[in-house]
Design a protein around this ligand. Structure first.
Ligand code: TYM
Length: 318
């Protein structure tokens, strides 16, 4: 029996943090034996935010190294970047033609920008359409993501349904995979960990950076337990181990933070070192990305042929 398909990706917009890791990236690794996995770099999504050639190139290579360093094995996982597969942007246009403006105006990213009175580029407005193509071209069974991507995956399901209704059964409806305990990993201030809130613990942080991030954790406490420190610590150790320690050190925030620093260092250091090894041979890493792109392209172009046939633009004899 062939394996089920898993697909997910991240935007190359800066350094990943432990929220990205526990919310999504860890699942990519944990499930790579059980699923036929497609993991990609969403560089055309990042273009909405990064409009600088050098930075874009660096960010793409960085995400590639991040993927390899967390343990994604290119023998098991197809690693590629979105811009290598032109079918994504082609299909996005087709989805644009069946999607209404009011429907996309309900998307969180658009509403947030509007609430802040920010000018929104068309690329950001259409982001959910491009994301729907990322998913639907590969017919995945599951899409592991953090809670903030829930709406986007739902939009891709809606879009698949709509296309199937108009043109006939073409796209498989993907299932969201969100792990409840890590759906929203909190940052150093207790809000969702996010680059834009400046409250992150970088995934490949050096020891001094880990220390700085932990020392900046806001120590709001409940019954003597600093809840933001505990919430991050709980990503690394189960409550059964952690609670007795926190209870025996009620109010001793400094000691608890020091313990968290040590635990984070133990967890991060091996990945950080592995990343340095991969960084010594960038051409080799890029060859992996290119080969992954060629493999993904075959799947995407087959689906696109089917789409062109269904919508009626395929007029030539085969
Ligand atoms: P991105 O790059 O913002 O985030 C990558 C993944 O990390 C998850 N995440 C979190 N999970 C839990 N707690 C947090 N604090 C936290 N912060 C981030 C995100 O939910 C995501 O799973 N649009 C996507 C990239 C994308 C994609 C796709 C994903 C493009 N096309 C197709 C899946 C399928 C994004 O911007 O993720």
């Amino acid at each position: 029996m062939s394996k089920k398909v898993l697909l997910s990706g991240i935007k190359p917009t800066g350094r990943p943090h432990i929220g990205n890791y526990f919310g999504a990236m860890k699942q990519f690794v944990d499930l790579s034996n059980d699923y036929d996995s497609y993991i990609f770099i969403a560089d055309y999504h990042a273009l909405n935010f990064i409009q600088n050639k050098t930075e874009m190139k660096e960010n793409i290579i960085n995400v590639l190294l991040d993927y390899l360093a967390i343990g994604l094995d290119p023998k098991k996982v197809t690693l590629y970047k979105q811009s290598d597969i032109s079918e994504h942007t082609e299909l996005a246009w087709i989805f644009d033609t069946i999607t209404t403006m009011p429907y996309l105006m309900r998307a969180h990213a658009y509403k947030d920008a509007e609430a802040k009175n920010k000018e929104i580029v068309v690329g950001t407005f259409n982001y959910p359409m491009l994301m729907a193509t990322d998913i639907l071209l590969y017919s995945p069974d599951v899409v592991p993501v953090g809670a903030d991507q829930k709406q986007h995956v739902e939009i891709s399901r809606d879009t698949a349904e709509k296309f199937n209704r108009i043109f006939g059964d073409t796209f498989k409806l993907p299932e969201l995979m969100i792990i409840k305990e890590v759906a929203v990993v909190p940052g150093t201030d207790g809000r969702k960990m996010s680059k834009s809130y400046n409250n992150t613990v970088p995934l490949f942080a050096e020891y001094e950076e880990i220390k700085k991030a932990v020392m900046s954790i806001v120590t709001d406490s409940e019954e003597g337990i600093p809840k933001n420190v505990y919430a991050i610590h709980n990503l690394l150790r189960p409550a059964s181990e952690l609670l007795p320690i926190y209870k025996s050190k009620t109010g001793k925030y400094k000691e608890l933070k020091e313990l968290l620093i040590e635990d984070l260092e133990k967890f991060i250091a091996p990945m950080r070192e592995r990343r340095k090894e991969f960084a010594k041979d960038i051409p080799k890493a890029l060859a992996i990305l290119k080969a992954g792109g060629e493999k993904a392209k075959k799947v995407a172009s087959k689906k696109m042929d089917e789409v062109r046939e269904k919508i009626g633009v395929n007029v030539y004899e085969k």
